[in-house]
Design a protein around this ligand. Structure first.
Ligand SMILES: [Zn+2]
Length: 143
């Protein structure tokens, strides 16, 4: 039986990151479907099932690999948007803020009292608005 599966899968693309994502998304839509009945959701589920079944079986490996690369690129771009939020939750002593002019991520000292303060971006000189009172050196995290 295992041998038959191996022979069948030979030359086929197989599961990848996009496959895993689609699978998780499908499970989520199943749970949402318990509470909300919707035609749009049903169509999304159907499309997900088709993709989940078709993509790993596909023999067009190059095409499927390209789809996966596009997905990984998009995933990286989205997760980068939430990086400073994650840093702000994890680091209790600093505020991470992006300079809107040069897109540099700044590591700013945490305020000891509430109040709107301004800092000068060490990279481009742009004024960055943030909350702080303590004086600490502003560090550049990423240019
Ligand atoms: Zn700047």
């Amino acid at each position: 039986m295992e041998d038959k599966i191996r022979k069948f899968m030979y030359g086929r693309y197989g599961p990848d990151e996009l496959y895993k994502f689609e699978f998780i998304l499908y499970i989520i839509t199943l749970f949402i479907g318990i509470f909300f009945k919707s035609k749009v959701l049903s169509i999304v589920q159907l499309l997900l099932v088709i993709s989940i079944l078709y993509r790993p079986m596909s023999k067009k490996i190059y095409k499927r690999s390209n789809e996966n690369q596009k997905f990984l690129k998009l995933k990286k771009a989205i997760s980068r948007q939430f990086l400073n939020i994650k840093r702000n939750i994890q680091d209790k002593d600093h505020i991470y803020k992006k300079c809107h002019k040069c897109k540099t991520t700044l590591k700013l000292p945490l305020p000891s009292k509430k109040g709107i303060k301004h800092a000068k971006c060490p990279h481009c000189g742009n004024r960055v608005t943030f909350l702080t009172l303590k004086y600490q050196k502003i560090e550049i995290i990423k240019k």
